[in-house]
Design a binder for this molecule. Structure first.
Ligand code: GRG
Length: 292
């Protein structure tokens, strides 16, 4: 498992220079490119692109053919982190073990770096070398999952929830948008690269739901119990911002039980695939106990 994840990550890291503009100091717009590269290339677990490649392979495709989709999802994810860290959002100082984008480049340039990554994501996805119909389908899924009915919608619920009573239902709606949606895009786009049919796309969506909910619950647990150095960002931030999460609403033990329940849901969804499911099963299980 570790070997395959390491191989996927190596292939992802090797693909950036193909998709990213080079840092040209004489380019008058070079600073925004530098800021985009700063956040994209400063680490991260690459969970979403690994999922895209693994689902492509599970559906019988060559995982490297999914690299344009995998890298596009990671660009959208990185844009969302840059914007999420801005003073008008969470105002965070550290991300991926480094000062946040706006702390280095200033607020306006960080906003532009996020915009640049979001738009570059669609150009990158469209560089897919397989059938154009597959790319069209994948780009549509990415747009739906990233937009107002997906990730941006989840962030909208989040912003409106500060200092207000929160319910588990609202928290679930928020996390379906903020976290599950982009994980769904990654899994679905991987399947699409391999030309998977509707039943497999639905199974991938179920896996993404289970894994995404478990991932967010673990994030909430780590915000309380985690180690800031390992996480590469500050902890205890939800309490500081008076934001409710699963741990504050349900307690840490119930949150841990739910991580296991959702992980099981993800693993069960893999039954719809005839191929070797061990990587994606182990990947979901390893994320359930992640420390960063
Ligand atoms: C549209 C203005 C505007 C902002 C978008 C959508 C959004 C802001 C922010 C949501 C970002 C967010 C914090 C989502 C929660 C999902 C989550 C747990 C992210 C952390 O993902 P990891 O742990 O991060 O995979 P790494 O750094 O490892 O890639």
């Amino acid at each position: 498992m570790a070997d395959k994840a390491a191989l996927y990550r190596e292939q992802i890291e090797g693909a950036w220079e193909k998709f990213l503009p080079a840092p040209l100091s004489e380019d008058p717009a070079g600073l925004v490119i530098e800021a985009m590269r700063y956040s994209l290339l400063c680490g991260g677990k690459r969970v979403r692109p690994v999922l895209a490649m693994a689902f492509c392979e599970l559906c019988g495709g060559d995982p490297t053919s999914a690299l344009p989709f995998a890298c596009a999802v990671e660009m959208v994810h990185t844009y969302s982190l840059i914007h999420d860290d801005l003073p008008c959002m969470d105002d965070d100082a550290m991300r991926r073990g480094k000062p946040t984008n706006h702390r280095v480049y200033g607020e306006a340039m960080a906003l532009l770096a996020g915009d640049g990554l979001l738009t570059l994501a669609f150009e990158t996805a469209l560089s897919f070398e397989g059938e154009p119909a597959k790319a069209r389908k994948a780009v549509k899924l990415l747009a739906q999952c990233a937009g107002a009915q997906g990730m941006v919608g989840g962030q909208c619920i989040d912003l409106q929830s500060e200092d207000k009573p929160m319910t588990v239902e609202l928290l679930q709606a928020m996390d379906k948008g903020k976290t599950v949606a982009l994980i769904h895009a990654a899994c679905g786009m991987g399947c699409m690269a391999a030309g998977a049919g509707e039943a497999q796309l639905q199974a991938a969506a179920k896996y993404a739901h289970g894994l995404g909910m478990a991932f967010q619950l673990r994030d909430d647990i780590l915000d309380v119990e985690g180690n800031a150095e390992k996480l590469g960002k500050e902890t205890g931030m939800d309490a500081i911002r008076s934001k409710q999460n699963y741990v504050s609403l349900l307690g840490v033990e119930e949150a841990k039980r739910l991580v296991d329940k959702y992980t099981e849901e993800a693993v069960l969804a893999l039954e719809a695939f005839p191929g070797d499911k061990s990587f994606l099963r182990n990947f979901a299980e390893s994320l359930a106990s992640r420390e960063n």
